[in-house]
Design a protein around this ligand. Structure first.
Ligand code: SF4
Length: 221
């Protein structure tokens, strides 16, 4: 199945979704992300045309920063921090450059590696986009963590690719139904940036109607 451009979701949302489906829905459904790929593609052309640092050549590696990507099969669009093109015996050709190249996406994170696989999923989704756009296959990429100054290698296994596909299918189904899952309290709620907005304790214990009822009763007593 192929998605239409107007149905594309934000690629980076996979990080929110894998942390908590409700957090993703609060950000992406209730706050209505509207930037479609057409806007992105327009911006891509504009940004790249006006950004002198867009491309950088280091020996046999060509670096492209802030590369806009999309996938019709996943129905997503987003941006890669850095895409490295390594000169090799086999691979793709690049306009204006001699030789063949293989592709390596690199994502930069300010913090340290997470206890769950959100970053790996995001990088795998980027790789799927690049494969579709550049008609190539990508074996691995890297996650660079600012806090630990560590570059972690990520292999794009069939299992990770399958997981990415399943997650985006689920996200599309939620988005189509404008469905925000109910609160499920968990230990990680304490680290959630939307904790106050989500009000997990309140939602868990009583419905909004019941809450208003309680407030009125308190006011009158
Ligand atoms: S507070 Fe908990 S349930 Fe609510 S969005 Fe955050 S992680 Fe999800």
């Amino acid at each position: 199945m192929e998605y239409q451009e107007e149905d594309y979701l934000m690629l980076s949302g996979i990080q929110h979704f894998s942390f908590c489906r409700r957090q993703w829905a609060l950000i992406h459904i209730e706050q209505q992300w509207e930037e479609n790929v057409r806007t992105l593609e327009g911006k891509f052309m504009h940004d790249n045309a006006h950004n002198p640092n867009f491309r950088e050549k280091r020996k046999d590696i060509l670096l492209v920063r802030a590369m806009k990507v999309f996938s019709r099969t996943l129905g997503v669009s987003g941006e890669c921090d850095v895409v490295e093109f390594h000169r090799a015996e086999e691979g793709i050709t690049l306009q204006g450059y001699e030789g063949m190249y293989y592709v390596v996406p690199v994502e930069y994170k300010r913090g340290a590696p997470k206890s769950y696989d959100a970053d790996e999923l995001q990088l795998t989704a980027q790789a799927v986009c690049l494969e579709e756009m550049l008609l190539t296959s990508i074996e691995k990429g890297f996650l660079f963590y600012g806090e630990t100054r560590h570059r972690a290698e990520v292999f794009f296994s069939d299992e990770m690719r399958g997981k990415v596909k399943d997650i985006f299918e689920e996200m599309h189904s939620y988005y189509k139904r404008a469905y925000t899952p109910k609160v499920k309290m968990k230990a990680s709620c304490k680290q959630c940036s939307l904790y106050n907005l989500c009000m997990p304790q309140l939602c868990k214990e009583m419905s909004a109607d019941k809450y208003v009822e309680e407030m009125i009763r308190e006011e009158l007593s």
